[in-house]
Design a binder for this molecule. Structure first.
Ligand code: ZN
Length: 415
């Protein structure tokens, strides 16, 4: 096992660790550890809400979750010699749930998928599913099953939802300006268009007093992916992946967390992955001046992981950029097209006895493939969603006999 450079006791909040992590992006948050290029090391992570969600049959904890301290990140890890303009080469060697532990915190033998309430987080289909729901998943080695979605078992495509480098002060100011401009177009929208800096709940490693107040006032929230990486939720950052992060500050300052046991493309329920705490093993290196050398001017580039579940047969669903209820056409809008592909998949799964909420949770968590299939055939963008048939213990392929309907229980609901 590589040296643990950031350790977490899962029985304690991130605030109470020997070296606390952080939950905002800001260049002033000091490095928790320093490694050399070429180093292999382990980072331990809390689940993204810092352990607010329980292994139970009620979604009240999802409904009432406090999003102010999210995401709870491990780090920053400084890399010796890293300078602005470099590319930080990050190999994901291994990752998984909390090793050899069962217990009450996500990652201790189990994880969860949540549909967040429209009033508190929302999600891709929040206009159709405005209330909170939850599915608990039990881990069996690399496979997951859920008492809340029976009839399904799949191998997780385990990956980190969120890693990134620290922004420079200049880059952080750019983010805050452009996101505030977006918020200003509809400041009372629910869910909000973006999340501005928020002082309550801010954790900035060991910082206190004025230094903490500065991070709280300026620090960027961790929800979106940005030029530093961040919350990509790319399921293919699995074992064997190599990510090239732009370096914006001395040392690079790599941080992250939000480990996922599995996730479908799009992570459509907002917390659609199977969320967990756990460990991640890295190897790091530098490409000096790599941003200019390779024309990496905005976002990271990456080579996907080479260890993934092998599913070879799919039933696939198509969506186009049309609101079918109002017969309204949207011009080449891939978001609307993918939403329709998801809704079509949910309607199909309902014919087998699943509730819409169960199907929505499953599409967030299982290793489904989402594709932007066409964006030139005016006026309709076309997206598709590939659902592996082999994750079900019954046949979901369409046949002349019709769907095999059964009582498939229910996910956790809120009271
Ligand atoms: Zn996540």
């Amino acid at each position: 096992m590589p040296e643990v450079v950031f350790s977490v006791d899962q029985a304690r909040s991130m605030r109470d660790q020997n070296v606390p992590g952080h939950n905002r992006w800001h260049p002033d948050i000091p490095a928790a550890a320093t490694v050399r290029p070429g180093a292999e090391f382990r980072v331990e992570c809390r689940e993204w809400t810092d352990g607010q969600i329980g292994n139970n049959d009620s979604a009240n904890d999802v409904r009432d979750v406090d999003l102010q301290p999210c995401h709870m990140l491990s780090g920053p890890i400084a890399v010796e010699g890293a300078e602005p303009g470099d590319l930080l080469v990050v190999d994901i060697l291994d990752l998984g749930p909390v090793p050899q532990e069962t217990g009450p915190k996500p990652g201790q033998g189990w994880g969860y998928t949540g549909i967040f309430a429209k009033q508190n987080g929302g999600g891709f289909l929040t206009d159709y599913y405005p209330d909170a729901y939850k599915a608990i998943w039990d881990f069996h080695g690399q496979q997951a099953t859920s008492r809340h979605i029976p009839g399904v078992r799949f191998t997780g495509i385990t990956h980190p939802g969120l890693f990134g480098t620290a922004p420079s002060a200049e880059l952080l100011a750019k983010w805050n300006a452009r996101e505030q401009a977006l918020i200003d177009t509809d400041p009372t929208r629910v869910p909000p268009l973006a999340l501005p800096p928020l002082e309550p709940g801010t954790l900035a490693g060991p910082l206190t007093g004025d230094a903490l107040a500065k991070v709280a006032a300026e620090g960027a929230r961790t929800v979106p992916p940005r030029e530093n990486g961040g919350n990509h939720d790319i399921k293919n950052f699995t074992r064997g992946a190599r990510v090239f992060y732009p370096v914006h500050v001395a040392g690079g300052l790599l941080s992250g967390g939000d480990l996922h046991f599995s996730q479908g493309d799009g992570e459509i329920t907002f917390c659609g992955a199977i969320e967990m705490g756990g460990f991640i093993d890295f190897h790091v290196d530098l490409i000096k001046g790599g941003m200019e050398k390779y024309g990496v001017t905005t976002n990271p580039i990456f080579m996907p992981g080479n260890v993934e579940p092998r599913y070879s047969e799919f039933v696939s669903f198509i969506g186009i950029s049309v609101d079918h209820d109002t017969n309204t056409n949207y011009y080449n809008d891939a978001t609307i097209a993918y939403r329709n592909a998801c809704l079509n998949a949910i309607e199909y799964l309902k014919t087998f006895g699943y509730s819409g909420e169960q199907a929505y949770l499953l599409l967030g968590a299982a290793p489904i493939e989402g594709r932007v299939s066409g964006v030139v055939d005016i006026p309709n963008a076309c997206c598709s969603l590939y659902l592996p048939t082999e994750i079900f213990d019954f046949d979901i392929r369409p046949t002349a006999d019709g769907p095999r309907r059964a009582d498939r229980g229910q996910c956790a609901v809120s009271s």
